[in-house]
Design a protein around this ligand. Structure first.
Ligand SMILES: Nc1ncnc2c1ncn2[C@@H]1O[C@H](COP(=O)(O)OP(=O)(O)O)[C@@H](O)[C@H]1O
Ligand SMILES: [Mg+2]
Length: 249
């Protein structure tokens, strides 16, 4: 509790001394060596660093897409869905079912390469995260979910592209579909790994401005890996990954 009696929000994400080594046969790549980072609730944190430094590795650990060899990650209430009397959850205490729930409900992911399914329309791609609920429930709620998918696409300027398939869309439009998909389940934290890396300058700017706008409108915590200095400069905090550690700039 703070002085004025209001509850102080725990950081959305607090990672302490993460270690991660990839092992492939006899080859070991030591990537993170005591990497710590804190992202406040509703904050925009940028992660920068040379290619191969471990930025994606760190993002995957924070997003529960992979597990650290050692170290701990805790998530504040804003990023943890249950139970209400638990102010902080530790990644190491989550079983696979709950990790999957957090990835699906609390986190959104946007990657450089979009990762859309080319056989599905924009609207169907955006609906995918909502399909991760029990089949009966999905079928019962399908009408409302389709409306939500269309509304999210409309909000980011793709209301006229619902039936288009990814290959009929520009790179910038594809990435906006991927962002709509990431927002479908109303996440608290958006993890973006070089989301503008495949885009020309103009589309890159459109996508970045969209991320900032959504963060503002949704009160999202935004963790963005970027090579673009101008984007990192807009962040509340910039972490540089170097020598397996994160240094706050
Ligand atoms: N799944 C993996 N298996 C083995 N090595 C990996 C794997 N993923 C990444 N690496 C290696 O770990 C290092 C860090 O990778 P990454 O986190 O992707 O860096 P960045 O995103 O900063 O470019 C690189 O040397 C990369 O080759
Ligand atoms: Mg990377």
């Amino acid at each position: 509790m703070s002085k004025d009696g209001k509850k102080t929000l725990a950081p959305a994400i607090e990672a302490k001394s993460l270690f991660k080594t990839y092992k492939e046969g006899s080859i070991e790549t030591e990537v993170l060596k005591g990497c710590s980072i804190t992202v406040g609730s509703g904050e925009f944190a940028a992660i920068v660093g040379a290619s191969g430094a471990g930025k994606s590795t760190l993002l995957h650990l924070l997003g529960l897409l992979d597990t650290a060899d050692s170290g701990e990650i805790s998530y504040g209430r804003a990023a943890a869905e249950e139970p209400a009397d638990e102010s902080v959850v530790q990644a190491s205490e989550l079983n696979e079912r709950r990790r999957a729930r957090m990835r699906n409900k609390e986190f959104g992911f946007v990657f450089q390469a979009y990762h859309l399914i080319n056989e599905l329309t924009a609207e169907e791609n955006v609906l995918l995260p909502a399909m991760m609920r029990p089949a009966g429930q999905y079928l019962a709620e399908r009408g409302g979910l389709k409306e939500r998918a269309a509304a999210v696409l409309g909000r980011i300027g793709l209301g006229e592209r619902l039936r288009h398939r990814p290959l009929q869309l520009s790179g910038g439009e594809r990435q906006r579909v991927a962002i709509a998909r990431a927002l479908m389940n109303g996440p608290r934290v958006l993890f973006c790994d070089e989301p503008t890396g495949n885009l020309d300058e103009q589309n890159s700017r459109v996508v970045f401005d969209l991320l900032l706008r959504l963060r503002e409108e949704e009160g999202l915590t935004l963790v963005l890996v970027t090579h673009e200095r101008q984007y990192a400069d807009a962040a509340d905090a910039v972490y540089r990954i170097h020598g397996g550690k994160a240094e706050r700039e």
